[in-house]
Design a protein around this ligand. Sequence first.
Ligand SMILES: [Mn+2]
Length: 278
Amino acid sequence: MDDGSNFICADKDFRRSKVCIAGIPYDGTSSNRPGARFAPRAIREASHGIESYSIYKKKDLGDKSISDMGDIPLPLGDAKFAMEIIKSFVSPVLRKKKCFFLGGEHLITLPIVDVLSTMYDNLFVVQFDAHADLRDSWMGQKLSHASVMRRIAEIVGFEHLLQLGIRSGTEEEFRLPYRDKLLCEDFSRAGEFVKIIGKNPVYLSIDLDVLDTSIAPGVGTPEPGGRSFTELIETLIKFSSLNVVGCDLVELSPHYDPSGNSSTVAASIVKEAIISLF
Ligand SMILES: [Mn+2]
């Protein structure tokens, strides 16, 4: 039943659905502007203000069979404990459905990829982000949204981490293995990345701050000089021929944008990503 509390068109029973949406409202390691825990709710609400039809793909979200499981109940404190809870929740779901996860801060991607790495060989991860997120630790913490892609690279291999839109990081981050070939400050290498991934499984993680701050100011760590909405959608469409095993959208911090536009942009990305990738 569609009572407005789910994402638009995500009104199917879980068992009958092909795609599952789940919220992961965790922001315990946000270093700058917390509030991503409120994002899943804001994205669902904003989704009811947009059309379900995609002018880019000439397809309607309503033609997909989608369920919305609501949010994972999570503690606000200990990151390690929260990651274990996320793993135990997403593990059985990922084995049955294609999943789109609504963050939450970027650290939520780690337990998802951890589970997927036990299910698939040669898993690739494509990260859309302003930030490299490759620090070994942040303020002494190995589990941090600023270190999430370092932890992920340690699981899937640095040669399986492909980064797009990255315009912020330390000198050390940009010198890590394969970054000269697999880190791109804009989206110009997307076509190359599609060829590198080939038939292998791939997980896509979209940090909303990959877009310019003028388009989506409601993020935890804003970074000017970003990409446009249509550039992002056109790039997602380039990945649509691949074996996409899951996707997330993270780092929306809705209360920093009182206009609500950032939440609408986020909801539109979720819609277009599901239509294009699943
Ligand atoms: Mn970021």
